[in-house]
Design a binder for this molecule. Sequence first.
Ligand code: 13P
Length: 250
Amino acid sequence: MSRKLMIAGNWKLHLTVEEAVSLAGGIASGLAREDLDVLVIPGFLALEPVALSLSSSPVLVGGQNIFWEDQGAFTGEVSGPQLKAAGARYALVGHSERRQYFGETEKTCNLRLNAALRAGLRPILCVGETQSEREADQTEGVLESQLAGGLAGLQAGQMELVTIAYEPVWAIGTGLTATEEQAAQAHAYLRGWIEARFDKGVANSTRILYGGSVNPANAAGLLNQPEVDGALVGGASLKADSFLGIIQAA
Ligand code: 13P
């Protein structure tokens, strides 16, 4: 089964609303590819203005996080129905920065992923090992527990709506990129795990993105790996030129 490539830009805690709308405009006007999905993931405040500004463009919009309840007395949270109504189509779940700084657990990832599905959003579950876990040869064990926890209780029909992002923590924002072989190996492991947990059809149709210091110079090599179905880009997504350069390299 052929999987459509996705190039996603996670803007993290960067850009004012005005800057975000301007960047979205630069990406939309420079986009010369229709054969892949392009997703931008602004901060919450900029999400609706960015989505509105992209309404006549194929560029999709996603949320960086999602709370697991749909509404209620949860000060400071943002829900699935709110994201959907603001124009989001995707939501990141379990980004390593959420796991590292905000106490995200396998259980809360699973709750958030289910909240996204309930709201009609496509979750992107982020997984990846730290440097010390890799050095201790624990990479596959970490990926296994993050997949098992995040995807607990999911049916095959729901899994078809889920994207996985492999983001080795040691490669995020460090300028260190996984080698093509390291990415290929991790992606093959993730796809094999999905096949064992669901079936071959689900495994073959699940999109698995790579993230971690992707830039226009290294994108082609990573995206050429057969198990790598796109990129989740941080720093290099903050300038239209470099993000478009990654899209062109794909
Ligand atoms: P960098 O591309 O800045 O390493 O960030 C990757 C990332 O965390 C995307 O979600």
